[in-house]
Structures are given as C-alpha cells and as structure tokens.
Design a binder for this molecule. Structure first.
Ligand SMILES: NC(=O)c1ccc[n+]([C@@H]2O[C@H](COP(=O)([O-])OP(=O)(O)OC[C@H]3O[C@@H](n4cnc5c(N)ncnc54)[C@H](OP(=O)(O)O)[C@@H]3O)[C@@H](O)[C@H]2O)c1
Length: 165
C-alpha cells in the first residue's frame, strides 16, 4: 500500500496503523500533487510495485466570494482537483491496462455540476472528475480496468471543517 499526501508524520502514523490492522506492507510519499511534474516523482517512487487499485482522492475546497479570492489559490485548487486526477489516471491507467486487471477510483463531489455560489471554482474543479470518470468507466472496461467516479457527499473531515468550521 502506498500512501501519498502532504504531511509525512500523519502518513507514517496512518501507514503503521494500517499495516498492523490489515497485515500489509506500506510505503509513504510526502509530496504536493498540485505541483507541475509531480507525476514523475510518483512514477519513480512506485516503479517497482505492481499496483492493482488506485484511489485518486486528494482534493481541497477554498470557499469565498470569487472576486475576493487570491487568483493563485484558485489556480492551485483547480490544478489539484483536475490535473492531479488526470496525471494519476493516465500514468496508472497505462499500467493497469498492461496488467489487464485493476481499479481506479476518482473522488469528486455531490452537487458540483450545479454551480455553487461562493464555491464557483471548487465546484467547477470537482465537476471535472465526474465526466472523465464516467467516460473511462466504459473505455477501460474492455481492458479489464474498472473506473469509479465517487461523488462524495458532506462528510465530517478535517477538510470539511476548514470549509464549514
Ligand atoms: N468532506 C466532504 O464533505 C467532501 C465533500 C465533497 C467532496 N469531498 C472530496 O473528498 C476528498 C477527500 O476530502 P476530505 O474531506 O477527506 O479532505 P481532507 O480531510 O482535507 O483530506 C484531503 C487529503 O488530501 C491531501 N492533500 C490536499 N492537498 C494536497 C496536495 N496539494 N498534495 C498532496 N496531498 C494533498 C491532504 O494531505 P495532508 O493531510 O497531508 O494535508 C489530505 O490527506 C477530496 O477530493 C474532497 O474534495 C469531500
């Protein structure tokens, strides 16, 4: 099991707990998925593994009045919620198709397609996940790869508490 996110200490703690509970080996990678070119580092750090299930989950929301939000933050949010999924799906999609068996789960958000005031960029970015997810479900099926686009509903997590304290 490979765990990827920002904070190394939390990843290490989670990895230890999951290894004990599920009797699996783990590897942690602390990296920023909104950085351009991150996929090369992720590919390098996992090249020796036969990965069968990929969960592309990292995502953030930065609500607020659109015109008052910092443009760089808007761009970073967009990159993480779209380009990271694209790069992960393309890189691991090739590898899963080669092994002709496996799964890919892309985490989106309920309501994203509808346009959410004060979450205009967040909703637009999350809406991206659903369309390629549904399309690739059909496109990858003959390759033996099952794609699921998961529209997450409001869940009490650290990320959600940041959005709605
Ligand atoms: N919770 C909800 O109500 C809700 C609703 C709709 C959709 N979703 C979606 O569900 C998914 C999980 O959300 P969550 O609520 O569990 O959020 P969360 O508690 O904030 O967790 C997000 C995870 O993504 C990682 N992450 C964030 N930005 C990153 C970056 N630039 N590079 C690498 N890792 C990064 C975080 O790493 P660190 O912990 O190291 O910071 C954290 O592990 C997201 O895609 C979110 O959009 C959640």
């Amino acid at each position: 099991m490979v765990l990827v996110a920002w904070r190394d200490a939390l990843l290490a703690e989670l990895g230890r707990a999951l290894s004990q509970e599920c009797d699996v080996q783990h590897r942690t990678l602390a990296m920023g998925l909104s950085q351009e070119g991150f996929i090369a580092g992720l590919a390098d750090a996992t090249h020796d593994l036969d990965i069968g299930l990929v969960v592309s989950n990292a995502g953030i929301g930065n609500p607020g009045e659109f015109l008052k939000l910092d443009r760089r933050l808007l761009q970073e949010t967009l990159r993480l919620n779209t380009m990271a999924h694209l790069d992960v799906t393309h890189h691991f999609g090739v590898k899963l198709a080669e092994r002709r068996r496996g799964g890919l789960i892309l985490v989106g958000a309920t309501g994203a397609e509808n346009g959410i005031p004060c979450m205009a960029n967040d909703g637009g970015a999350k809406a991206y996940v659903h369309s390629p997810g549904e399309a690739l479900h059909y496109e990858f099926k003959p390759l033996g790869v099952c794609v699921t686009a998961r529209a997450a509903a409001l869940t009490n997590t650290a990320g959600a508490r940041k959005v709605r304290p």
